[in-house]
Every structure is written in C-alpha cells, then in structure tokens.
Ligand binder design. Structure first.
Ligand code: NAI
Ligand code: 15L
Length: 265
C-alpha cells in the first residue's frame, strides 16, 4: 500500500490503528475534524469536515486506499448524524469515484442489526434492523457502498464492528468484543485480497459466545486470534446485574435498542 487515507484518525480506533498499522503503508494521510499534533514517520494530517464536499474531494485525491472511521460513532442529533455519516459517506464515495479509488474499508456497526434478538445467529444476509438513528445511518452507508460497487466497481468491506476497546466494558461485550489486533489484521486482509466485492464482515474476535457468523467472508482468510474468554472471570463483569426482560439485554444492540431518540433522552 503506497498512500492510505484514515478518516476519523483522531478518534479511538483511528488512534489505535495508526500504531498497529505503522509501516503498513508508505504514506498515511490522517484526517479528522479534531487536530492531531504528534505525527509519526510517513504521516500527514489534514483537518477536514466530511460534510464539506470540496474538502473531501481534495482529501481523497492521490490515495490508493481508504480506511473510513470518521463520523458520529454513537447515537446523536439527526443533524450531526446527517453531516458526519450521511453527507460524509456520500462525499467520500463520490470522491473515491472521481479520483479512481478502488477499495474502501468502511467502519459500519453492529447497530445496523441491533434490533435482532440475542438468540438469533446472524450472517451477512440477515435483514438490517437498526436500533438507533446512528444504526440507520450506517445502513445508509452500507447501501451506498453497494450502489458504488454495482455501478462503479468500487469494492468495500462493510465491517459491522462489535465493540472494539482494549477490553470488554460490560457483559454484553463478552459477545461483541473485537480486539485492536484482530481489527488491524482485518484491515490488512481487506487490502491483501485479490478480489473483495462488496462484503459484509462482522468485526468480532473469537469469543466463546457469538451472535454473528462470518461464513460469507471466509474467502478473506481472516482468522481472529483473540478472545474475550480471558476477561470472563474479571470481577467487574461477574458482578454486573442483568435482567433478562430488559430490552438492553434482549436485543443485540444492548442499550442502543432501549434508549429513545437522542433529543428525547
Ligand atoms: P470516535 O468517535 O472515537 O471517532 C470518530 C472520529 O470521527 C472522531 O475523532 C470525530 O472527531 C470524527 N468525526 C466526527 N464527525 C466528523 C465529521 N463530520 N468530519 C470529520 N470527522 C468527523 O469513534 P471510534 O470508536 O474510533 O469509531 C470509529 C468508527 O468505527 C466510527 O465510524 C464508528 O461508528 C465505528 N464503530 C466503532 C465501534 C467501536 O467499538 N469503537 C463499534 C462499531 C462501529
Ligand atoms: C458502536 O457502534 C459504537 O461506535 C461503540 O462506541 C460501541 O458502543 C459499540 O458500537 C458497541 O455496540 O459496543
């Protein structure tokens, strides 16, 4: 990889992946609304609002690949979601089309399918059942990516990330946890594949309990190495009280499925 663009580079995953992917690309363009002050070898920072069409056009020019983490990452006002995730996704794919970018790693979310019960085992063909306006915006991004593949042959990995944090933060995340190392390996596999198509991948580690089956993405050869099992006995998870009738426990999206609209909360 010669020149890769990472959007949302000042955020949690952007920051973690910069370190994990050091040396993977010759040049890394880091972009975010928020500034990044300390740059490593080969890194350049460009401040950019994804909702600004002209800025995104300039940002994407000359890149070989895009790892798209930028945008609103939890439930928020519709205006913020509209700018970051809907206009932002459109501007990015349109810039990719105009500048001949062939492949995009799109950070989607498990909240696209968050209203499925936890007893269901989902795969790439399962119905979207978003649990929030945030989840709806990720569904828009996935459909947009499919459209740009079908019409313009821009390939995408639609990675429905579970919960990517250094460790699971609650009992739900024992099933949804994705380690940072497994995410970094997935990014490399997405760019190493001869052919990607427009493929849904559940971004989840090899946890003992899972709601997601990646059988349709087997061709990528991604085998997560980490497991939430090592955290299972930690006191903060064992002591958490859960109520099986609580919608936050019934549905895969957890608390996202329970809360009202952001403005009403
Ligand atoms: P984050 O909120 O830490 O980072 C997102 C970054 O995007 C922020 O630095 C923010 O400044 C930037 N951003 C927001 N609106 C923008 C705009 N209009 N223009 C330019 N930049 C903008 O989120 P995190 O955890 O790093 O997640 C990265 C991506 O992965 C997000 O798209 C999120 O939806 C997705 N994801 C993350 C999961 C996780 O467990 N961390 C789970 C599922 C999906
Ligand atoms: C997400 O989509 C969010 O970006 C992240 O902050 C977590 O809430 C994650 O989902 C999750 O479901 O745990």
């Amino acid at each position: 990889m010669k020149r890769v663009l990472i959007t949302g580079a000042a955020g949690n995953l952007g920051t973690a992946m910069r370190k994990k992917l050091a040396g993977w690309a010759d040049e890394v363009i880091l972009s975010d609304l928020n500034p990044i002050s300390e740059l490593g070898a080969g890194e350049t920072f460009v401040q950019c609002d994804l909702a600004d069409y002209d800025s995104v056009m300039a940002l994407v020019e000359g890149c070989d690949g895009i790892v798209h983490f930028g945008g609103v990452s939890t439930e928020n006002t519709f205006d913020n979601i509209l700018n970051g995730n809907i206009k932002g996704a459109y501007n990015l794919y349109e810039a990719a089309r105009k500048h001949g970018i062939k492949r995009i790693f799109f950070a989607s979310s498990n909240h696209v399918i968050g209203f499925h019960d936890r007893e269901a085992l989902l795969d790439a063909q399962s119905e979207m059942r978003p649990d929030s306006l945030y989840g709806v915006s990720k569904g828009f991004g996935e459909l947009l990516a499919q459209y740009y593949f079908d019409k313009f042959s821009i390939e995408s990995a639609l990675v429905r990330i579970g919960s990517c944090f250094p460790k699971p933060l609650n009992r739900r995340m024992l099933s949804t946890w994705l380690s940072e190392s497994d995410l970094a390996e997935l990014i490399k596999k997405v760019y190493a594949a001869d052919r990607l198509g427009c493929t849904v991948v559940y971004g989840v580690s090899d946890n003992p309990s899972t709601w997601w089956d990646n059988k349709h993405a087997k061709f990528l050869g991604w085998t997560p190495k980490d497991s939430s099992e090592v955290f299972e006995q930690e006191a903060y998870l064992r002591e958490e009280v859960v109520d099986s009738s609580d919608p936050a426990v019934r549905f895969q999206g957890g608390p996202f499925a329970k809360a009202g609209h952001f403005e009403d909360d």
